[in-house]
Design a protein around this ligand. Structure first.
Ligand SMILES: [Cu+2]
Length: 156
């Protein structure tokens, strides 16, 4: 279980500044809020990802965020818009535990609990800064195989 440092920073910035505005009716005040709105409504990429819920948000404890241990996302693009490649040749985003602060209106947290296997649709925006939002999440059957192995680079 490894936390992705940059992702954490992005997520916390978004968390502090953003109010999800799926309809884009109001102009968000800050760049971070604009980014998370773009992730919700105007994403650069969309990924379908599987994982296991580690922590649920708790209104009584603002530090308890939605944390998901997600599987390897081999085609994940980095800040530049190009396929991210790790030093060891693995591409995309390795399996990791990651906080998700920005959720679309179709994500109903009451339907989930810690330990649930889930499949979610992750939108990513890169303007004006990197931001991510879960716009859809469904529970998978408990016997669904989930693997946190990172696939070796399959590119030529
Ligand atoms: Cu991640």
């Amino acid at each position: 279980m490894k936390l992705h440092y940059r992702t954490l920073i992005v997520a916390s910035l978004v968390g502090v500044a953003s109010v999800p505005a799926p309809g884009c009716k109001k102009k968000p005040e800050t760049p971070a809020a604009r980014s998370s709105m773009n992730a919700l409504a105007h994403p650069s990429e969309t990924y379908t990802v599987r994982g296991i819920i580690q922590t649920m948000p708790d209104p009584a404890d603002p530090r308890a965020q939605l944390m998901i241990h997600h599987e390897h996302i081999p085609d994940f693009k980095g800040k530049s818009g190009k396929l991210h490649v790790y030093d060891d040749g693995v591409t995309g985003m390795k399996a990791m535990v990651m906080p998700f602060d920005t959720l679309g209106p179709n994500v109903v947290l009451e339907q989930f609990q810690v330990g649930d296997k889930v499949e979610f649709v992750l939108n990513v925006a890169r303007e004006p800064s990197m931001s991510m939002a879960i716009v859809k999440m469904t529970k998978l059957p408990a016997d669904t195989p989930i693997s946190f192995d990172n696939k070796p680079n399959a590119e030529p």
